[in-house]
Design a protein around this ligand. Structure first.
Ligand code: PBG
Length: 334
C-alpha cells in the first residue's frame, strides 16, 4: 500500500510524533513475548551453566537447568523454545547414529521439559552437524555431502524427536526433499499434528560462527556449507526454496540469518502468507551483545530495535537468544 499525504502545512508529519501518547497511537508494529522462540543449548551434567565465550550472556545448560529455563519461558509468556545439543566428542561419528538415538540429549531434554512444563511448545533442530565427526549437516563421503542418504537419517532423527514429544520440528539441513520425506513419515507413524517449521531460506552465512562454537562443531567443519545452503547473493533461489518446502508440507517457514536478510523476510511473507519467522542468529547476537558489553551500543535499545525490525519486515516471530531478556523487559521486570 502506498501511503498518501497532503502538502505542507496541511500535513505536518511531526504532529503525531509530538508526545509519547500520540506516538503510541500511531505505532504500526508491535513486539510481544508471544512473538519469540528462545533457542537453548543443552549439555550433559547436573546444575551446569557453562558460558559460551562468543555469545556473552548465553550458556550451555544441563537438562535440569533447561527445565528451569523452560519454566521461565512459560512464566514470561514465551510460547516456544528450540533445543540445540552440545554432543560429547565420543558420540560424534561418521554415520551420525546418535542423531536418532531416543536417549540422546535432545530427546531426554524434551521428555524432561514436557513432564514439568507441558504447555510450552518445544521446537527441535533437524540436521546432523551436532553428531557428525566433520561438522557437516549431512553424511560426508570424500568431498561430497550425500543428499538422499542424509534425508533418510533426518527422517529417523525427526521421528525420534516426535516420539519424545516435540511439537515443532525444524529441519535446518537444506537437503533436497527432506520436508516431503519427513511429512510422509510423520503421517505414516500417526504423528499427524506435529508441525514442521522449515528453515526454508537458509543462507550459507558467516554469521553462524558463534553457534558452531556453542554446539562444538566449528573446529571439526571440513570446508564450508556452500553446496547445500543458499548463496547470500540470491533472492529468487531463496524464494524457490520456500515454495518447494511449502509444497512438500511445511506449516511455517523461516528466513536465516535475520538482520542482513530482511528483504527476504518481506518477500516470503508477501508471496506465501504463511507464518513466517526469522532467526536472529548467533553472529547477530554476538555483534550486538559484544558491542554493548564494551559500552559501544545501548544493549537494551539495539535489542528492541533489531527485533522490531523483523516485525516491520513482516515476520510473525523471531528466534532470538535475546528472548528471555526482551520478554523480561516487555513485562516490566527489568
Ligand atoms: C545447524 C544449524 C546452524 C544454526 C542453526 N542450526 C548452523 C549451521 O547451519 O552451520 C545456526 C544458528 C545460529 O547461528 O544461531 N544446521
Amino acid at each position: 500500500m502506498r501511503p498518501t499525504t497532503a502538502a505542507f502545512p496541511a500535513a505536518r508529519l511531526r504532529r503525531l510524533r509530538r508526545t509519547r501518547a500520540l506516538r503510541d497511537l500511531a505505532q504500526e508494529n508491535h513486539l510481544s513475548a508471544a512473538d519469540l522462540i528462545w533457542p537453548i543449548f543443552v549439555r550433559e551434567g547436573v546444575d551446569v551453566a557453562e558460558p559460551i565465550a562468543s555469545m556473552p550472556g548465553v550458556n550451555r545448560l544441563s537438562i535440569d537447568r533447561v527445565v528451569r529455563a523452560a519454566q521461565e519461558a512459560a512464566d514470561l509468556g514465551i510460547p516456544a523454545i528450540c533445543l540445540f545439543p552440545y554432543t560429547d566428542a565420543a558420540l560424534r561419528t561418521e554415520d551420525c547414529a546418535e542423531a536418532w538415538n531416543p536417549e540422546n540429549l535432545t530427546n531426554r531434554a524434551i521428555r524432561a521439559i514436557k513432564a514439568e512444563v507441558p504447555d510450552l511448545a518445544i521446537m527441535t533442530d533437524i540436521a546432523l552437524d551436532p553428531y557428525n565427526i566433520n561438522g557437516h549437516d549431512g553424511l560426508v563421503v570424500g568431498e561430497t555431502i550425500l543428499n538422499d542418504e542424509t534425508v533418510e537419517c533426518l527422517v529417523k532423527m525427526g521421528l525420534a524427536q516426535a516420539e519424545a514429544g516435540a511439537d515443532i520440528l525444524g529441519p535446518s539441513d537444506m537437503m533436497d526433499g527432506r520436508i516431503g520425506a519427513l511429512r510422509t513419515a510423520l503421517e505414516a507413524a500417526g504423528h499427524r499434528d506435529i508441525a514442521i517449521l522449515s528453515y526454508a531460506a537458509k543462507f550459507a552465512s558467516a554469521f553462524y560462527g558463534p553457534f558452531r562454537d556453542a554446539v562444538g562443531a566449528s573446529g571439526r567443519l571440513v570446508g564450508d556449507k556452500a553446496t547445500y545452503q543458499v548463496n547470500p547473493a540470491n533472492r529468487l533461489e531463496a524464494l524457490r526454496c520456500v515454495a518447494r518446502d511449502v509444497d512438500e508440507g511445511a506449516d511455517m517457514v523461516m528466513v536465516k540469518p535475520g538482520m542482513p536478510y530482511l528483504d527476504i523476510c518481506r518477500a516470503v511473507k508477501d508471496d506465501f502468507g504463511l507464518p513466517t519467522y526469522a532467526y536472529q542468529v548467533s553472529g547477530e547476537y554476538a555483534m550486538l551483545a559484544g558491542a554493548a558489553e564494551r559500552g559501544w551500543l545501548d544493549g537494551d535499545k539495539v535489542m528492541l530495535e533489531s527485533l522490531m525490525a523483523f516485525r516491520r519486515a513482516g515476520c510473525d516471530g523471531v528466534l532470538t537468544y535475546f528472548a528471555p531478556r526482551v520478554a523480561r523487559m516487555l513485562a516490566g521486570r527489568d
